[in-house]
Structures are given as structure tokens and as C-alpha cells.
Design a protein around this ligand. Structure first.
Ligand code: EPU
Length: 426
């Protein structure tokens, strides 16, 4: 397994370019199953999860091709789908495989999708996806670890669905199912994340009739057929936020290009409150510099437009360097503090009690070998390594490869001393 070796203490300076959003590209690829025609996606990041999604679509007999220049484009064409199945081998490596359930039900009226198990950050059930599909006329049973779903009629029927809890991929799944259903579907308490809005934009280009994106009520008037289109995936707001912290934590000066500052309102506001100078240079560019004085500031994760849970580990790394106390409250996932124990091993002063973590700073971190436990935890540890004294080795970086395109090269490009140590050489 590859590792990262980081020599901390270098202020990062220069320009980084943000890639397309993994969590937008995933539902966009699944949405291509809704039509027999070609869907071309631009600005798809080169990350492992999207390769897994491509394998999954290919398993179902969709044709997926990738062009590399200038950025990565995915061309997906699914004239016929012969295997309406997401097998365990693929689902276990990527929970977002569940996103194929809605499109398969809409297009074929049947699907067999492996139940995603729990993962490092929590139990992560999919009950809300299934309940909503049942309301749309789908019979669901689970056996041998698989969700077996079958529509009682050829087309799903529109329904009034109130999500008990806000769910991002749940909203996306049902949006896709409803796009081809008979009649109107209303989704209440739906997710307002920019990735959901991006999916609506794509579905609309494919001929779907949807209103209400960006609000918690979505209205979908089902159509009989969707067609092919082209779409450019939005910039990755979590990668952007990660580089904002990288610039701030190292006392550097980074210009972050090809991003969408309007998707980072809560993150920018919180970092500014902690004393970090962040400037919106234009609609696609941010500049971040080291704080004159970094101060502790409490933070609670929330659904969008609140502070993203996917930025919590990175914020915790920043909080270790701030003067005073930062109380962090994680409200979305029950077990998302695995990075905290690794940061403590690096010298951070953090105490965790259930969903609350209290970080006292500033602490001089010192490099050691740490384990990455999930994608965003890995990002938090990379950031901690960038300010630690001496060398930090991060194990199990396959987690970070799932969602950050070229993170080593991008960090090297702005002066970080980081390298990938390949398994054989380690
Ligand atoms: N939940 C249920 N039942 C459901 C669905 C969700 O109880 O049927 C619970 C979850 O257990 C969790 C909460 O609702 O406590 C929110 O989960 P949500 O469904 O919104 O999460 P998700 O759709 O599985 C997406 C992102 C995650 C991100 C979360 C929250 C994708 C592919 N994944 O997951 O991204 O953390 O929303 O914003 O979009 C990541 O990129 O590292 C990542 C984990």
C-alpha cells in the first residue's frame, strides 16, 4: 500500500487549480443510465471512485470511454442494459454505487444492488432511499445481502415524499427515479447541496422537468424519455476548502483557481472568523493567506448551506494551530473523528466526547506514522503533516486517492515537501 511522506514546515505559495467535484460526477454518471443516448461529461476528476463507477456502468453493459485531454471527459452510452445489478465487489469499495438504483428502476423497473455496509464514519443506512422508492410503486426485499427491487407497473409512479432526514444521495437517487416516472413527484426536506443542483441541471438538459433546486422542495414532472446531452461538472468545493486550509495552516499565500466561491460560504465565513484572510478575487478564484493571529472558533457541521461534514477533519487540523479553544460538533455522521486520535499522536490537544471534539491550541505537532481511516480524515492528516515538525508518514492513502485528484502533485506545485512512497519501495 502506498504512503505519503511529508516534511512539514513549508509555507505554501502559488496557484492551484481545482478539479471537478467527485460527488457531482458520481450521480451524473449514474444519470447516464436514464437514456439510451450518449451523455458526455466534462471536468470529471481523475479519482478512484469514478473509475469504480465506470466499472459498475460497464458491468451493466453501458459503454464508457474516457478522454484525457485537456481535462478528463467521460462519454457514456447505454443503449441496452443487460445486468441491472451492482455487485458486492464494487459496492464494498464505493457506497455511492447505490446511486444506480434510482436510474435502473426508472429505466428497467428492476434492479439488484448489494446493500452497502457500514463504513468507518458510521452506519450509513439507505432506508430512506428504499422507503421513497416503495412510495413510487417499487417492491423491495433484501436477501443474501442484496436489495432486490421490482416495479409493480412498467413505469414508477409519482409520489409525495417527505424525507425524515436530509440525505444527499437519497435526494439524488429519487430525483433520477422520478424523472421518468408517471405523474408528479414532490420531494420535501430534500438536500440543497450544490451537487444536487448540478444533477438537476444535467437532468434538465436531458429533458427532465424539475423545479425547486437549491430549496428543500423539489418538484419533478415525469417524462416518458430522456435524451443524451453534454454537461460540465461543477468544481469540487471540498477540494477547494482543503486548499484554503493548506494555505492558511502553513502561513502561505495561495491563489485557488477554477473554484466556485459561492459554494463555500460557511467554510469561508468560519475561517475568516478564525482570523484567516480570504479574498474572493473573482467568480472562480479565491486567495488565502496565513493569519496574523489564528484564533479558536467553534464549528458545527450541518447540511448545506451549513459547514460541510466533509470539511470537518481539515478544520480540526487548522484548529490545532489556533490560539484558544475550538469546540467542534459533528451532527451528520456518528463516528467521524477517527483522525482526531491520529492528530493527538502528532501532539494535538484534542478531547472527543461523542459528537463533540474540543481542540485546544496552538500545539506544536510533530511528525510520526499515522493511519488514514477515510477520505476526508486523510486530508486532515495531510494538512497536519504540512505543519508538523520532522517527517509524517501517512499510511493507507488509497482512501485519499478515492477523491482527491493529484493531491501530491498539486501540493508539490505550491512548494510542499510531500511525496508518494510506492508500496514496493517502502
Ligand atoms: N441516512 C439515513 N438513512 C438513509 C440515508 C442517510 O439514516 O437512507 C443518514 C446517514 O447515516 C447520515 C445522514 O443521513 O447520518 C446524511 O447522510 P447522506 O445520505 O446525506 O450522505 P450520503 O448521501 O451517503 C453524501 C456524500 C458524502 C457526504 C454526505 C453528507 C456522496 C457520494 N457522498 O453521502 O461524501 O459526507 O453526503 O454531506 O455524495 C465524501 O465525499 O467523503 C463523503 C463521505
Amino acid at each position: 500500500m502506498d504512503k505519503f511522506r511529508i516534511k512539514g514546515g513549508k509555507a505554501l505559495r502559488g496557484t492551484v487549480e481545482i478539479s471537478g467535484a467527485k460527488n457531482s460526477a458520481l450521480p451524473a454518471m449514474a444519470a447516464a443510465l436514464l437514456t439510451a443516448e450518449k451523455v458526455t461529461l466534462h471536468n470529471v476528476p481523475k479519482v478512484r471512485d469514478l473509475i469504480t463507477m465506470a466499472k459498475l456502468l460497464a458491468f451493466m453493459d453501458a459503454k464508457v470511454s474516457v478522454t484525457e485531454v485537456p481535462a478528463s471527459d467521460y462519454l457514456i452510452e447505454a443503449p441496452t442494459l443487460n445486468h441491472a445489478e451492482a455487485p458486492y465487489e464494487l459496492v464494498k469499495t464505493m457506497r455511492a454505487s447505490i446511486l444506480t438504483l434510482g436510474p435502473l428502476m426508472a429505466r428497467l423497473g428492476m434492479a439488484r444492488v448489494s446493500l452497502p455496509g457500514g463504513c468507518a464514519i458510521g452506519a450509513r443506512p439507505v432506508d430512506l432511499h428504499l422507503k421513497a422508492l416503495e412510495q413510487m410503486g417499487v417492491e423491495i426485499s433484501t436477501s443474501h445481502g442484496y436489495i432486490e427491487a421490482r416495479a409493480s407497473k412498467r413505469r414508477l409512479k409519482g409520489a409525495h415524499i417527505v424525507f425524515e432526514k436530509i440525505t444527499v444521495t437519497g435526494t439524488e437517487n429519487i430525483l433520477m427515479a422520478a424523472a421518468l416516472a408517471e405523474g408528479e413527484t414532490v420531494l420535501e426536506n430534500s438536500a440543497r447541496e450544490p451537487e444536487v443542483t448540478d444533477l438537476v441541471a444535467l437532468l434538465r438538459k436531458m429533458g427532465a422537468k424539475i423545479e425547486g433546486e437549491g430549496t428543500s422542495t423539489l418538484r419533478i414532472r415525469g417524462v416518458k424519455k430522456l435524451h443524451g446531452t453534454e454537461h460540465t461538472v461543477i468544481p469540487d468545493r471540498i477540494e477547494t476548502g482543503t486548499f484554503l486550509v493548506a494555505g492558511a495552516i502553513t502561513g502561505g499565500d495561495l491563489t485557488i483557481k477554477n473554484c466556485a466561491p459561492e459554494h463555500l460560504g460557511a467554510v469561508i465565513a468560519k475561517m475568516q472568523q478564525a482570523g484567516v484572510p480570504i479574498e474572493t478575487v473573482n467568480k472562480t478564484t479565491l486567495r488565502v493567506r496565513g493569519a496574523q493571529k489564528l484564533v479558536g472558533s467553534d464549528m458545527t457541521t450541518e447540511e448545506y448551506p451549513g459547514f460541510a461534514t466533509d470539511m470537518q477533519a481539515q478544520y480540526m487540523a487548522l484548529a490545532t494551530q489556533a490560539e484558544g479553544t475550538s469546540v467542534i460538533t459533528e451532527t451528520i455522521f456518528e463516528n467521524r473523528y477517527l483522525h482526531a486520535s491520529e492528530m493527538i499522536r502528532m501532539g494535538a490537544n484534542i478531547s472527543v466526547d461523542g459528537r463533540r471534539a474540543v481542540v485546544r491550541g496552538p500545539a506544536q505537532l510533530s511528525g510520526t506514522t499515522v493511519q488514514a481511516s477515510d477520505l476526508r480524515a486523510s486530508a486532515g492528516l495531510v494538512l497536519a503533516g504540512l505543519v508538523a515538525s520532522g517527517e509524517t508518514f501517512i499510511d493507507r492513502v488509497y482512501h485519499i486517492d478515492r477523491g482527491y485528484e493529484g493531491i501530491v502533485e498539486k501540493l508539490q506545485g505550491v512548494g510542499a515537501h510531500i511525496e508518494r512512497v510506492h508500496a514496493l519501495a517502502s
